[in-house]
Design a protein around this ligand. Structure first.
Ligand SMILES: Cc1cc2nc3c(=O)[nH]c(=O)nc-3n(C[C@H](O)[C@H](O)[C@H](O)COP(=O)(O)O)c2cc1C
Length: 325
C-alpha cells in the first residue's frame, strides 16, 4: 500500500510509523532483536567485521536514531548534514520503480542543519554505533567547500562514532568535482589535520570517504591513492549512480539495479587499497544473499537503504539470521 503513495510522503510516513511503534513498545513485536550494539566492547568501527548498518540519507537529521537502533542494526549513519539548514531541490524528488526495486532521488541534501543534528546526537539513548555524514551547503562554491566540511567535523566530532565525508552525492551541483583535480589531496590533508587536532584529548573518531560508483578506473586509482596518502581511515563504496535512463529526470539511482556496479567498484577499491583500509559497502543490498556477496567481494561492513524501503525490518532480520548459521 505504502509503495503506491508518493515516494517522499510514504518515506516520512514509514519513519513516523516506526517512531510510533517504538514509543508505544509495539516495535518489539515486529523486531524482536534488541538494540544490538551493547555487545560491542570496542566501538571502533574500523576494527569491526561483517556488521550491518543503515546508510546515510534515511535519517538525515538524527530524528529516528533510537527507533532505527531498536531494529537491531549494528550501526547507523545519520545525515548528510550541512552547516546551515536547507530545503533541497523542488518536489517531486523521489521516484520509485517497483518492477526494478529501485529508487531515483534528487533530494539535494534537504536537512535541518548541523546544530539540530548535534542536539539529536546528544539526546539519543541507544549505545548503537552512530556515524555522521557531512556535506556542504548547495550555495557554498567548491572553492570554499572545505570550510563547510571542517565546520561540520568540529561540531559533530565529540558526538559521533565515525564521520563520513560525502563528496559523491550526484544531487548537489559539482559536488563530485571535489574528488577530482589537484585540490583533492590538500582537501583530504586538511581533514586529517583537524582530526588530529580534535583527537588530542583522547577521542579518536575515524573518518571515511564516501565515493561514487561512476568513477572511471584511472580516477578511482587516483582517489584511492590520495585517501591512502592522507591516512584517513576508510572508504564507503558507494553512493548512488547517475547511470540510468533519466525518464524521471536527473538524480541518483539506488536499489537492485545499482548492485553490480557498486560491487564492481568495491572489488576495484579493495584491489587498490589492499588490506590497508576498511571498506563499508553500500549499493543494492536487497537480501541476505546480497549482504554476503558484498562481504565476499571485500567489504568489512555493509549498509542498506533502498532494500530497507522495499523489504522493511525483515531484511535486517534475514541478515542477522544469516550471521547466526
Ligand atoms: C532517498 C535517498 C536519500 C539519500 N541520501 C543520502 C545522503 O544524504 N547522503 C549519502 O551519503 N547518501 C545518501 N543516499 C545514498 C545511500 O546512502 C546509499 O549509499 C545508496 O542509496 C546505495 O545504497 P542502496 O542501493 O542500498 O540504497 C541516499 C539514497 C536515497 C535513496
Amino acid at each position: 500500500m505504502m509503495h503506491y503513495l508518493p515516494g517522499e510522503f510514504s518515506h516520512h510516513l514509514a519513519l513516523k510509523g516506526l517512531k510510533f511503534l517504538y514509543f508505544t513498545g509495539l516495535l518489539k513485536l515486529f523486531a524482536h532483536k534488541k538494540d544490538s550494539n551493547l555487545k560491542f566492547k570496542n566501538r571502533d568501527i574500523t576494527h569491526l567485521n561483517a556488521k550491518i548498518g543503515i546508510a546515510a540519507g534515511l535519517d538525515k537529521n538524527g530524528d529516528y536514531i533510537d527507533c532505527l537502533a531498536a531494529l537491531g542494526v549494528d550501526f547507523i549513519e545519520v545525515g548528510t548534514i550541512t552547516p546551515r539548514p536547507q530545503t533541497g531541490n523542488p518536489k517531486p524528488r523521489i521516484f520509485r520503480n517497483l518492477k526494478d526495486r529501485s529508487l531515483i532521488n534528487r533530494l539535494g541534501f534537504n536537512n535541518k542543519g548541523v546544530d539540530h543534528l548535534v542536539k539529536r546526537l546528544k539526546r539519543k539513548k541507544t549505545q548503537t554505533i552512530v556515524g555522521t555524514s557531512i556535506g556542504k551547503n548547495f550555495d557554498t562554491p567548491n572553492d570554499n567547500a572545505l570550510e563547510d566540511y571542517l565546520h561540520c567535523i568540529k561540531k559533530v566530532y565529540e558526538h559521533s562514532d565515525y564521520i563520513a565525508i560525502n563528496i559523491s552525492s550526484p544531487n548537489t551541483k559539482e559536488l563530485r568535482e571535489l574528488s577530482h583535480g589537484e585540490n583533492f589531496n590538500s582537501f583530504l590533508k586538511a581533514i586529517k589535520k583537524i582530526q588530529n587536532q580534535l583527537s588530542t584529548d583522547g577521542k579518536y573518531v575515524p573518518i571515511f570517504i564516501k565515493i561514487s560508483p561512476d568513477e572511471h578506473s584511472n580516477d578511482l586509482a587516483i582517489i584511492c591513492s590520495s585517501i591512502l596518502d592522507s591516512k584517513l581511515d576508510g572508504i564507503i563504496c558507494s553512493n548512488t549512480t547517475v547511470d540510468h535512463d533519466h525518464k524521471n529526470g536527473p538524480g541518483g539511482l539506488s536499489g537492485a539495479p545499482l548492485k553490480n556496479k557498486a560491487t564492481e567498484c568495491l572489488v576495484n577499491v579493495r584491489r587498490l587499497v589492499g588490506n590497508k583500509l576498511p571498506i563499508i559497502a553500500s549499493g543494492g543490498v536487497m537480501s541476505a544473499q546480497d549482504y554476503q556477496e558484498k562481504l565476499d567481494a571485500g567489504a568489512n561492513l555493509v549498509q542498506i537503504y533502498t532494500g530497507f524501503i522495499y523489504e522493511g525490518p525483515q531484511l535486517i532480520e534475514d541478515i542477522l539470521n544469516l550471521r547466526k548459521v
